[in-house]
Write a protein that binds this ligand. Structure first.
Ligand code: CA
Length: 259
């Protein structure tokens, strides 16, 4: 079961910053998850929202700023304000990284799980994403995920070898199950909301060779329950917690104990 660090170790450090990614790897994550948007001058940057107001002091859209303007913003202080118990002085003043900076920093020492966010806002984002994957020598170490079927199908047409994960909002297992045969035509797996995962959905996906990577689970009992359902990976804001659950699971399996 893969340990996907959702926005990095975003439960303990400001999401999508180097400290969050550094910590995720140190805590045992198998994949660093990125959300990408595109600046006005066409650079892919890692942050979750299309607007900057939640994680910086600016209220603009990412698409309206140049990279220089975006990287002048402080993307760490909000975390110190929101989570005083986890605040650290070094988080103040953290920059929003470009996707290329992330790829260059960790290189082949990490695996990447990149989401094309709001692709309708950013024509050409799929081409630029693939260009960076190739330029940084990361083909085979990067998964691409999206809620947008159009973005996934476009990426598949550009590079049929790159593994894709189709994300699903909370719609219920039966609705997701209906889409699986079509999804299997271009994707390697699905990312349903964890509350939508049941045994039948996991089996139906596996019957079509689709991996199941539920999002986003932070409670230990939830991680264990998904493991018992046979999912192939889990998105979590607490990769250290999931790493401990997986270690315990392997030990128990080694001695023939259930779960
Ligand atoms: Ca995401």
């Amino acid at each position: 079961m893969l340990n996907v660090a959702h926005r990095g170790a975003s439960g303990v450090a400001p999401e999508h910053t180097f400290p969050a990614y550094d910590l995720a790897l140190a805590l045992g994550a198998d994949y660093l998850e990125q959300d990408v948007h595109m600046t006005r001058d066409g650079v892919l940057v890692v942050l979750h929202d299309a607007t900057l107001d939640r994680t910086t002091s600016c209220s603009a859209f990412v698409a309206d700023l140049t990279l220089g303007e975006l990287q002048a913003l402080d993307a760490g202080s909000w975390f110190n304000g929101a989570y005083p118990a986890r605040a650290r002085p070094e988080y103040a003043g953290l920059r929003i990284p470009t996707l290329e900076e992330v790829f260059r920093r960790y290189g082949t020492g990490a695996r990447y799980y990149v989401e094309t966010k709001d692709p309708e806002l950013y024509p050409g984002m799929e081409e630029e994403l693939l260009r960076l994957v190739y330029a940084c020598g990361l083909h085979g170490r990067a998964l691409i995920q999206s809620f947008s079927v159009q973005s996934l199908q476009k990426t598949h047409a550009l590079d049929p070898a790159i593994p894709l994960i189709r994300l699903h909002p909370e719609v219920g297992a039966p609705a997701i199950a209906e889409t699986l045969p079509e999804t299997a035509c271009y994707a390697a797996g699905i990312g349903p909301r964890h509350t939508d995962v049941d045994e039948a959905l996991v089996k139906a996906a596996h019957d079509l060779q689709l991996a199941v990577h539920p999002h986003t689970v932070d409670a230990i009992h939830g991680m264990r329950a998904l493991g018992e359902l046979g999912v192939d990976g889990v998105f979590t804001n607490y990769p250290g917690r999931l790493a401990r659950v997986l270690t315990t699971r392997r030990r128990r399996q080694a001695i023939g104990a259930p779960g």
